[in-house]
Design a protein around this ligand. Structure first.
Ligand SMILES: [Mg+2]
Length: 225
């Protein structure tokens, strides 16, 4: 039995630009502080991890009500942005079809592991018409750490399948995804829809695709041992 875990932003959905913009707006409006949008500079580059570190950098005490207020504001801003410009969040070419195809294969489970908050990830997936509603999902609501989010996605998928997996692959678009996959000894497939993928190759990742347009090419390395 194999498990394939997908990241969301930049992997299944072309939503990184709108996501960054809305996140920045929400945090600035709620906390009235400037924010550094170089996400790789944060210890945990996830919605929850970045927010914690912004609070820490500005000496603002972290409280459940503060976190909830930013999260709520972000979701409102994101929802309005998607309604205003429906094209700001599209599927990465072929993503919806590949998920639909993989869901039907025997001896294979799918799961979602995203650094976004769950409501945000689901909103973007729905908007891009990618059908993932019934799949196990772990998000920034579970942990600020991408490694832990990945572990929780694995646990939920194993609980769903009623058994452990022989091979686990994480499909992601960022070096932090590669690093999280390596942390657990998972295989990694890079999606480089906005660049030439050289960042992955320099980091030693050997399986990289621009998108999912060539479904068979994408699926082949996932299903061979
Ligand atoms: Mg991503």
């Amino acid at each position: 039995m194999r498990l394939i875990i997908f990241d969301v932003d930049g992997t299944l959905t072309r939503s990184t630009t709108v996501d960054t913009l809305c996140y920045e707006r929400a945090v600035s409006a709620q906390l009235a502080v400037p924010i550094d949008t170089e996400w790789s500079s944060y210890r945990n580059p996830t919605d929850a991890g970045i927010l914690s570190e912004i609070l820490e950098r500005h000496g603002i005490p972290e409280s459940p009500s503060c976190l909830a207020a930013v999260r709520h504001r972000f979701l409102r801003i994101l929802s309005a942005a998607l309604a205003t410009d429906p094209h700001c969040c599209r599927e990465v070419p072929g993503a919806a079809a590949v998920i639909e195809y993989l869901r039907e294969l025997p001896d294979l489970q799918l799961a979602i592991a995203t650094g976004a908050w769950a409501d945000s990830a689901c909103m973007k997936l729905r908007h891009a018409n990618i059908l993932t509603e019934q799949l196990p999902l772990a998000s920034s609501d579970d942990s600020p750490s991408r490694e832990q989010i990945l572990r929780i996605a694995l646990q939920r998928a194993a609980a769903r399948a009623g058994r452990e997996f022989d091979v686990v692959t994480y499909v992601g678009d960022a070096l932090w995804d590669l690093s999280a996959a390596r942390y657990w000894g998972f295989r990694f497939v890079g999606i480089a829809c906005d660049n030439d993928g050289s960042q992955f190759r320099s980091a030693g990742a050997t399986v990289v695709f621009p998108d999912f347009a060539d479904r068979d090419a994408f699926v082949r390395p996932l299903l061979t041992s």
